[in-house]
Design a protein around this ligand. Structure first.
Ligand code: VG1
Ligand code: CO
Length: 565
């Protein structure tokens, strides 16, 4: 067969304002992405920061979480990639690839990088959000030096190169190769390479025995995101979970009208069933499959505890049999993981919010397991957080604790309690105030940062019902990457008390409307008698201090957060 020549054109364009990637890529309303050459501009800007020699003949991975506009965007990316010298694009069937699966494919196929189409946990559909993110050759999100350079390109872009006969020419539903002269698109199975990787990490036979137990019921909610495709192949085909126990597993362009964020507010169906005690383990993941929520029977595993428990049980997971290199968490994540690192006598790192900060540490072989309080957990098997991996890790840990089928079932709750008894407990909560007027959001942050700058916060003390908190330290978190020495400033306002308790204030970098204020609370208890209290009750005074210091209620008129974790 004769391979068609690329018919390449140059389109004139003008910059759009505001194409600045946030915590995890560029996220905007779908309608904004649909506006003229908005998407084209951003994609061309990515290629503009890459070296022409690097691009020539290179492999690029493309895929997304299946949200509205995914398929149209993919066709445009084919055309621009071809005209910019990319030799081969690997794309998931029907345009679907979870974020962790993309990371796995980039690494396995030694690709130059990936373009990921997702707004992750943000709602989708014609009136929802769309997003685009660039990942580098290690399979992880591009570091700030690259995202800043992409942004600079978007402010001065004037031309787009596009191979017009490629756009729309590829049938995404069929596996296989479409060949042009000097350019190929291969539609790959969305799951198989990722599933192969997971099989090499875990002991699937052992998990299968757990799943087969009569006194163990597992349930998974894909929240109508991309992991539905992975769940049926991995949980059902490979691990034996009945299909009836996998819910919302058909990816939908608008997540069936839902908010694909696995937390106590947005996954009500699963949370309700777990509260009724219907299952022993209930899990969910977000739109693009990098987040996870793990619930036991009537028991919520706080994500900060989850990563600490996984780390302290590392010996259960075959991948870690030779030990852990190091542990890391994002700054606002509770300090539960720090205690495990100390106990294991291994390196520990505290990085800013966003998975991109873990990649360098992993590439330098100093980091094995890491996590974020925002339901993100992962390891150095890839360079993204990984929802299905985290769920498999919990299943493996449960399987090891329940290796003797004759003994009564050891629950998720008792595994976490065991952990608290050994290390103490970090009571932890996060309040999200969503879609606050941007000006008011800035005002709240300014009240706190003024108190940091003029040092008036230091030494302030708060007393109530025999509890005393004294502010010992307050700063605006700054991180110096120990590997490449790059500095990231302005990463969240920290108030640290003399007993080690912390309050943190941040503005979200993933929203598309107004400002989202996040306030985080972390308080450590060691005494056995204080380990099993209700979180919100235990943190009540600390939370009231946070509201008082920031004047949040006065300024925003919000009396309640939208989401409490
Ligand atoms: C949030 C979380 C952060 C996470 C990011 C991307 O960012 O707080 O921990 O890495 O989302 O998660 P922000 O700036 O809104 O607080 V997701 O699943 O995009 O990829
Ligand atoms: Co996500």
């Amino acid at each position: 067969m004769i391979e068609p020549e690329l018919i390449t054109k140059t389109l004139e364009t003008k910059p759009f304002s505001g194409q600045k990637p946030g915590t995890s890529g560029l996220r905007k309303k779908v309608t904004e992405f649909q506006n003229g050459l908005y998407l084209h501009n951003f994609v061309q800007s990515i290629f503009n920061v890459l070296d022409a020699n690097e691009l020539k003949g290179a492999t690029l991975v493309v895929g997304g979480d299946g949200r509205f506009y995914n398929k149209q965007a993919i066709q445009v990316i084919f055309g621009i990639a071809a005209a910019n010298g990319i030799g081969k694009v690997l794309v998931g069937q029907n345009g679907l690839l979870s974020t962790p699966a993309i990371s796995a494919v980039v690494r396995a196929r030694r690709a130059l990088g990936a373009i990921i189409l997702t707004a992750s946990h943000n709602p989708g559909g014609p009136n929802g959000d769309f997003g685009i993110k660039y990942n580098i050759a290690n399979g992880g999100p591009a570091p700030e030096s690259i995202t800043n350079a992409i942004y600079q390109q978007t402010t001065k872009i004037s031309e787009i190169r596009i191979a017009e006969n490629v756009v729309g020419a590829i049938d995404l539903s069929k596996l296989g190769v479409t060949q042009f002269k000097s350019f190929t698109v291969e539609v790959i199975d969305s799951v198989s390479e990722y599933a192969t990787l997971l099989k090499s990490i875990f002991d699937f036979n052992q998990i299968k025995s757990l799943v087969a137990r009569k006194d163990f019921v597992f349930n998974f909610d894909a929240m109508s995101g991309v992991t539905g495709v992975y769940a049926s192949r991995i949980f059902s085909d490979l691990l034996g979970v009945p299909l009836a126990n996998l819910i919302n597993c058909v990816p939908s362009e608008d997540f069936n009208g839902g908010h694909p964020d696995p937390n106590l507010t947005y996954a009500p169906e699963l949370v309700d069933k777990m509260n009724k005690g219907l299952f022993d383990c209930g899990c969910a993941s977000d739109g693009d499959g990098d987040r996870n929520m793990v619930l036991g029977k009537r028991f919520f595993v706080n994500p900060s505890d989850s990563v600490a428990v996984i780390a302290s049980n590392y010996q259960s997971i075959p991948y870690f049999k030779s030990g852990l290199k190091g542990l890391a968490r994002s700054m606002p994540t509770s300090a539960a993981l720090d205690l495990v690192a100390k106990d294991l006598k291994i390196p520990f790192f505290e990085v800013p919010t966003g998975w991109k900060f873990f990649g360098n540490l992993m590439d330098a072989n100093t980091l094995s397991i890491c996590g974020e309080e925002s339901f993100g957990t992962g390891s150095d098997h890839i360079r993204e957080k990984d929802g299905i991996w985290a769920i498999c890790a919990w299943l493996q840990i449960l399987a090891v604790h329940n290796a003797d089928a004759a003994k009564p079932f050891v629950s998720i709750e008792s595994i976490v309690h065991q952990h608290w008894r050994k290390y103490g407990r970090n009571y932890y909560s996060r309040y999200d105030y969503e879609e606050v007027d941007t000006k008011l959001g800035d005002e709240v942050m300014k009240v706190v940062s003024d108190g940091i700058t003029d040092r008036s916060l230091i030494g302030r003390s708060f007393n109530k019902d025999g509890q005393t908190y004294v502010i010992e330290h307050a700063d605006n978190f700054e991180y110096k990457d120990p590997i490449d020495k790059s500095v990231s400033s302005n990463q969240g306002l920290r108030i640290i008390f003399s007993d080690g308790s912390r309050i943190i204030y941040r503005l979200s970098g993933t929203g598309s409307t107004g400002a989202t204020i996040r306030v985080y609370f972390d308080k450590y208890e060691r005494e056995e008698s204080k380990l099993f209290n209700d979180t919100q009750t235990h943190l009540k005074f600390l939370i009231s201090i946070a509201l008082e210091l920031s004047k949040l209620t006065e300024i925003t008129k919000r009396t309640e957060p939208n989401v409490i974790t």
